[in-house]
Design a protein around this ligand. Sequence first.
Ligand SMILES: NC(=O)c1ccc[n+]([C@@H]2O[C@H](COP(=O)([O-])OP(=O)(O)OC[C@H]3O[C@@H](n4cnc5c(N)ncnc54)[C@H](O)[C@@H]3O)[C@@H](O)[C@H]2O)c1
Ligand SMILES: [Zn+2]
Ligand SMILES: [Zn+2]
Length: 400
Amino acid sequence: MPSNRGVVYLGPGKVEVQSIDYPKLANPKGKPIEHGVILKVVSTNICGSDQHMVRGRTTAPKGLVLGHEITGEIVEKGKDVEFLDVGDLVTVPFNVACGRCRTCREQQTGVCLNVNEGRAGGAYGYVDMGGWVGGQAEYVMVPYADFNLIRFPDKAQAMEKILDLTMLSDILPTGFHGAVSAGVGVGSTVYVAGAGPVGLAAAASAHVLGAAVVMVGDMNKERLAHAKSVGFEPIDLTKSDKLEELIAAVVGVPEVDASVDAVGFEARGHGAQHSTEAPATVLNSLMAVTRAAGAIGIPGLYVTEDPGSKDEAARHGNLRMRFGLGWAKSHRFYTGQTPVLRYNRQLMQAILHGRLPIAKVVNATVISLDEAPRGYHEFDTGVARKFVIDPNGMLKKKAA
Ligand SMILES: NC(=O)c1ccc[n+]([C@@H]2O[C@H](COP(=O)([O-])OP(=O)(O)OC[C@H]3O[C@@H](n4cnc5c(N)ncnc54)[C@H](O)[C@@H]3O)[C@@H](O)[C@H]2O)c1
Ligand SMILES: [Zn+2]
Ligand SMILES: [Zn+2]
């Protein structure tokens, strides 16, 4: 049995690469399963969602093996895996889903009812998501493989575009879901809050869906400059606390057809307040700028417990939301974990046929497994990059 190494959370601000168990075909309680596969990980990305845990803003336990954005090659399969084979190169949705429950059958795989005892929804390497071991590692186990995995049709072609395809495990479907659920279509005017990888993926998705103009707001100058360089209208939120005015300066009116929250509960205030956390800022400002009868896509993550918040109410997920404004404008809100399987096949085709250069849009940057702690640190400082870990040296080998 080969050895295994993975990125382990050791407490606020601390991650380390450690030896971990080689995966078994078993569920988190240790019960053997035959519907799973073991993957040799080809690429696995660091996500803003991981940062919430690493910043100590969740109840993540020490010792958690991180990583939910996984692409890999099957090296072993259980007896019940019928339609996949050893050697297949596959993309793994970050959701763990059974494929059999009521919500999975409704394509709501982000809230599968059978993979997490605590609540609906499972994921790899994530707090409160069922205890499935994370994939920022050399090897990882994926259950219900026939249902969850998508095989790339041509391995050599896929390896050519691997830095784009690695984004199918989470941020590209997540950005796309944000744009679709905000009602983006041909000719839409769109505002995306957050110029991190998810915001950029939502902005690129809005372009693919036919938006007329896509504005991306942030207070991080480097990220705004990068957003501009890849074709979006930057909105510098340090300039004013009135988002309406900043938007009117671009589109002539103080509103948009569709808006996306790609920030979540660690949001900061606008204008003079841009260094201070104000967790309802994005939700309130999106209600202010979204047209009457418009929709707001909310992939940005909100938690039920935030031990790191300075605000007592927000510590338990209660935000100072001006919900009456959204109600008065008949807004629709779409929240939750992205059901990746609803979108990843179509987005894979868009990548393979050259329609979605997502690696360039998010500035994909390859690092080794040993460099992961540095990647976490740099991502946390707000660099305009999406870090892709290469745990088995397969990306480096390809580039050589
Ligand atoms: N729903 C899902 O399934 C899903 C999947 C992936 C990520 N997420 C969530 O999406 C969010 C974004 O992820 P990411 O990787 O891009 O994170 P990130 O931390 O890299 O980016 C967030 C950006 O928001 C900016 N920001 C802070 N306050 C702001 C405000 N008021 N207005 C505009 N921008 C503001 C920050 O400066 C930062 O650049 C996170 O909350 C993450 O957990 C959700
Ligand atoms: Zn993610
Ligand atoms: Zn299910």
